[in-house]
Write a protein that binds this ligand. Sequence first.
Ligand SMILES: [Zn+2]
Length: 326
Amino acid sequence: MSDRGMGSLVAGVDLGGTKVLASIVDAENRILGRAKASTPATQGGAAILAAVAGVVREAAVEANVELSDLKGIVVGSPGPLDPDHGVILFSANMNVRDFALGPDLSRLLGPPVLLRNDVRVGGYGEFRLGAGKGKSNVLAAFVGTGIGGCLIVDGKVIAGSTGNAGEIGHIMIKPGGPRCGCGRRGCLEALASRSAIAKRIGKAHKAGRSTVLASKVDSKNDKLKSKELAAAYLSGDAVAVSEVHRAAHYLGLGLGSLINVLGPELVIIGGGVTEALGVGYLDAIRASAWNQVLTNPGNKIQIVPAALGDDAGILGAALMAREAFC
Ligand SMILES: [Zn+2]
């Protein structure tokens, strides 16, 4: 191997319900090789294991390194997880249960493997290398199909006594509100995620209101893509604009409440919905959040967009791998 990262190379993997990304990263956090594949989300554990192993191998080839050069691998994965044993306890999106991805991947590829919650991994990437660079106390929120959070206090990701702290998507915002994926009602995720917005647009359409998204929300709500929602929102589609701002209002209430509790220096908002909708959406979140915040002396606390896009997950995973194995 070359001398550019001798003894200090790691792999970061971002495993999602639709795609899996891998990168080989050196000690200066440079991505030397990367690869991407579709997640075989309906085919069970063996197919997912093969897909993850495949992208790591491909990224290693691109980086021109051997798998045996890697000190370790961290996989950011949807959960819930048993992080101590590298097991995905359950994932509805990936059709697995009690799936020992960590040990299986390590056996297949050689280097040690750790599994970490995907949102915490992405939040850590943004904190260290993206929008949170230079800060110590950060709250990151990611808005997509669902809503996830990552809390960093004094430079450390807070996992809590359960290992699952940071689930901001299931803060209760509206008693008796819409049903959430978790089975409860009125969670932030059920009011402000892309799925929540799609459901509301579907209802408006059924009630006879005109929207360019009619065909997208007709049958399967979860078919609505962030880009399609953004196109309708930015073109001024009245239903899209009102539903996006309604969702932003609820997200702002949640984030404003969290700012009151936690007093972070910075709130980072990322995820597919945020990237696609842009500044109008962010301003609506900010307006609602600041209205909820009791005090922000000297405007010290800021609410900013994420900076790394898709790289947040692979870089955050690589950072965690370096800390664990190097
Ligand atoms: Zn919930």
